[in-house]
Design a protein around this ligand. Structure first.
Ligand code: MRU
Length: 377
């Protein structure tokens, strides 16, 4: 019998053959293909081409990726030493030089989702602490990187579930919920962020009615969110992006939940292109607009949305991808930003795993940071 899409791991590690294991999301929902990534180029391509996508999932893939590559670096250094007949221990500094090169390479695959650099920086921090500050051997450092990558994935499940609990407190049984893009299980380790309240509500008999925006141009809403929710038995209706005003005006939506790729310190939030249109429409019709954000997505070093780098993607995604034949004139100019920034005044609240932040966001997000630090101590 076919396995339900919800039973697959979005991102996994196969330590036996040193690979990052993902579902190729470009083939969903038609084909469920599990692929293995071994090299830096394969991991980079998988992230850039959106085979693995969604801010938290990209972070997990990068963490497993840099661990797998670290194992490779260690083997390479060992081999070089053996070839010269040297007996001395591997040099941490030599290892770290190569680690940094691979880290920077992976980090260049997509610019907007801060979880990518967040996960890679976290991996680098444990690497430096163990190898340079504590004088551990390269073999021990690599094992510490292994444990850290697993922790990043495991924490993501807790983070999403906790966001789900907070999100659920904002809605009531029978509510209509609209979401944009895919901030679902396929974008995380489990539950998703924007979908976490929906899945928890589903387990508890809330009977939500969900509207999933199809999300042009890459159709993450149609291909992934509608697929996930439908496979889980959630009552979901797919709409084109230009229909959200009508469903809100009709009074069918009680809350909007979206994910995000980077939240600036002032609460401006970058998410999939079209999110800010949904926020403006929600404001017009008095529908609360909630951004679900793991704290790993909050970038306190980016003051406002204007400082967030927005990824530009190939024109073909707009002109021909998904069509049987090209749908736009040859030579037409195309603007294809992958994300837009929702101004903080359009956001009702930002739901994190450490609580719900409301305006003024600079202060409330600072409170969230303090709560997180207090728990870590
Ligand atoms: O280009 P994508 O598919 O990676 O964009 C994904 C989104 O915009 C998600 O909403 C965001 O990453 C949050 S995922 C929990």
């Amino acid at each position: 019998m076919n396995k339900n899409i919800m039973e697959y791991e979005t991102v996994d590690l196969d330590d036996n053959d040193s690979s990052v294991v993902i579902i190729d999301q470009t083939k969903l929902p038609g084909t469920t293909e599990i692929i293995k990534l071994y090299t830096a180029q394969e991991i980079w391509d998988a992230i850039y081409l959106l085979k693995v996508r969604g801010a938290p999932a990209i972070g997990v893939a990068a963490a497993f990726g840099i661990y797998v590559l670290s194992k490779g670096i260690m083997k390479e250094l060992q081999q070089a030493k053996d070839d010269c007949g040297k007996m001395d221990v591997l040099s941490f500094e030599e290892f770290y030089e190569k680690f940094k090169e691979q880290k920077e390479f992976l980090n260049s695959s997509r610019p907007t989702a801060v979880n990518l650099s967040w996960a890679l920086n976290r991996m680098e921090a444990v690497c430096v602490k163990a190898g340079r500050e504590e004088g551990k051997s390269v073999e021990e450092v690599v094992e510490i990187l292994h444990q850290e990558s697993i922790a990043i994935k495991e924490e993501d499940t807790w983070v999403c579930k906790t966001i789900g609990e907070f999100g659920l407190s904002l809605v009531k049984p029978g509510d209509g919920i609209l979401t944009h893009c895919n901030a679902g299980q396929l974008a995380t380790s489990k539950y998703g962020t924007a979908t976490a309240p929906i899945y928890l509500g589903q387990e508890r008999g809330y009977n939500f009615h969900v509207f999933a925006d199809e999300t042009r141009p890459l159709l993450q809403g149609a291909r992934l969110t509608a697929y996930e929710l439908h496979s889980s038995g959630v009552d979901v209706t797919l709409i084109c992006d230009n229909m959200s005003a009508m469903v809100m005006k009709n009074g069918w939506v009680n809350a909007v939940f979206v994910g995000c790729d980077r939240v600036a310190a002032n609460g401006d939030a970058a998410n999939k292109i079209g999110t800010s249109v949904v926020a403006a429409v929600a404001k017009r019709y008095g529908v609360p607009f909630y951004v679900c954000a793991p704290t790993s997505t909050i970038d306190y070093n980016t003051p406002t949305g204007a400082d967030i780098k927005i990824e530009q993607r190939p024109a073909a995604e707009v002109t021909e991808m998904w069509y049987r034949e090209r749908m736009a004139p040859e030579g037409i100019k195309v603007f294809n930003p992958a994300f837009d920034v929702t101004d903080n005044e359009l956001i009702t609240a930002i739901v994190t795993e450490y609580g719900i932040a409301r305006a003024p966001f600079k202060e409330s997000l600072e409170e969230i940071r303090k709560k997180k630090e207090a728990v870590k101590e």
